[in-house]
Design a protein around this ligand. Structure first.
Ligand SMILES: [Ca+2]
Ligand SMILES: [Ca+2]
Length: 276
């Protein structure tokens, strides 16, 4: 019987309440025939030390989740939870400040290349590191302003091993001139990248019973409904999620009976949802 399992899942969710994923109201939910676009916001805390540089010691980056980094170089960061379902896209909205109107990297040989920001790291079986790897998901940086970087993941994942917002912005031109080059540190400068929002977008047909909108119907969806019923504010369900959750009672809204139907479906007691 799954009751004990569900209870332990709820308990573990409650214990890790400081890092509970927020299910944001989704203004971008679009219904186009049977196609939906699900948006789920990932809770994020920006630690003071997460601004750093790439291994080249020059290129600014904001570490989002990087337990491979070392403490002394400000790269060891856990600002989102490891346990995050990622399907189709990771979208990071961020602000660049302190570089004025600069839009180009001036290399040591005098040649120039545009400033870019892109997402890199390792998410399940997906990994990308370079600007080339990031492809269309990279965003060109034209001075201070707000930007969005996207990572189109090939395979769905339930974990984030490493996630970094990397740029090719050289921090040296943005540090005080009276500090010797060999003593300059990234945080001495004005150049800054601040993450405003992280979300995942999933495209595809809305599945009856898929309360957490991860593209699959499982016991975690029943848990998601019970969490919502216990605390609407903390465990918010978007309108799309409510629609997916209402699988029992002829459109009577989200109740414990809907969670019950999903448990029965998961256990093979019934073979389709909604339960009629
Ligand atoms: Ca689900
Ligand atoms: Ca219902």
């Amino acid at each position: 019987m799954k009751t004990a399992k569900i209870f332990s899942l709820i308990l573990s969710a409650a214990v890790s309440s400081s890092f509970v994923t927020a299910y944001a109201c989704n203004a971008e939910d679009k219904e186009t025939g049977t196609e939906y676009r699900h948006e789920r916001e990932i809770e994020y805390y920006e630690s003071d030390h997460s601004l750093s540089t790439n291994n080249d010691g020059i290129s600014l980056r904001r570490n989002i989740y990087n337990i491979w980094g070392t403490l002394d170089y400000n790269n060891f960061v856990e600002d989102i939870e490891y346990d995050n379902v990622i399907i189709d896209q990771i979208v990071v909205e961020f602000t660049v400040s302190g570089i004025g109107k600069d839009s180009e990297l001036v290399k040591s040989d005098g040649t120039k290349e545009p400033y870019y920001a892109w997402l890199c790291g390792s998410v399940g079986t997906n990994s990308q590191w370079t600007l080339e790897d990031a492809g269309d998901g990279a965003v060109k940086i034209n001075g201070d302003g707000n930007y969005t970087a996207v990572w189109n993941v090939k395979d769905a994942s339930e974990s984030v091993e490493c996630l970094i917002l990397q740029t090719n912005i050289n921090y040296f031109p943005y540090t005080p001139k009276d500090i010797p080059d060999d003593e300059k540190k990234p945080l001495d400068g004005t150049a800054n990248i601040t993450v405003k929002k992280i979300k995942t977008l999933t495209e595809g047909e809305l599945l009856s019973g898929d309360s957490n909108l991860d593209g699959d119907v499982s016991i975690s969806d029943a848990v998601r409904i019970l969490q919502y019923l216990a605390n609407h504010e903390k465990y918010y369900l978007s309108d799309t999620a409510k629609k997916a959750s209402d699988v029992f009672g002829d459109n009577d809204g989200v109740t414990a009976m809907d969670a019950n139907s999903i448990q029965k479906y998961d256990a093979g007691v019934i073979d389709s949802l909604p339960e009629t």
